[in-house]
Design a protein around this ligand. Sequence first.
Ligand code: SF4
Length: 279
Amino acid sequence: MFLHGFFISQLSVLIESESSFYNVYNPNKLYIHEHNGGNCLNILTDFYCIRSFCPLDRVLCLIFAAENCLRLAYKIKEIYYTLQGEGFHTGHAAVFCRFTGCNLWSGREEDRHKAICQFCDTDFVGTDGELGGKYSGEELVKQIRSLWPDDSTCFIVFTGGEPALQLDKELVDILHKENCYIAIETNGTIELPEGIDWVCMSPKAGTNLIVQSGNELKLVYPQVGMEPERFADWAFDYHFLQPMDCEEVEDYTSSAIRYIRANPKWKLSVQTHKVLGIQ
Ligand code: SF4
């Protein structure tokens, strides 16, 4: 009974707020997140993907999305144990948990040209990666914790896709109870839940940045309209330039080094996992 009522109420909210779903980083969407404690944010990614790219009619899309909500599941592309390859924690052992879905690109190559973020090098579609699937909060924390080799504090990096589409306070609290240190790599367009221990924000051109403070600002360089000067005074503990991984990466690396030599507030972030050939 409860779930049925819950379903109907969610469907109503979705229909009433439909306009906000065309721009999934519109703060209006957070209404559902706040209203239901977070797990229903899965609706947004599903709705966004389906509504944008499939010919099903609107009601079917909404039902599909709401049905997913009822599972109260986090959608995970993959979970694996590795070393953090870039930014401040480079070389630190970490469990990476990659959430499915992003609000700046569908993840499909045929949509890249019309995506807000067009240089993505990550597969965040579906749940078919290593240990991917749909997890409850407890199941997810158990899986993450099981990959850490001992009883010490587990360093977990939430990434995506855009992890803030799904990460919520409920999951943060469970992780803290299980002695986890939580880092997030976010594009900064979605409000974050309280309690995250390390916020790394990587701004993307053409977006409205909501996360304007944190621990680490990692700017993929260069991006037109996202020059480093714009972020030099933002309230982050560390400022990194990370050369864009593309055919011009050598030129961009040289250019980033020149910039950092002239502006020593910035540091260089190299994607060492790619250099070393590790996951
Ligand atoms: S914001 Fe991040 S995950 Fe999303 S498309 Fe851009 S690089 Fe990829």
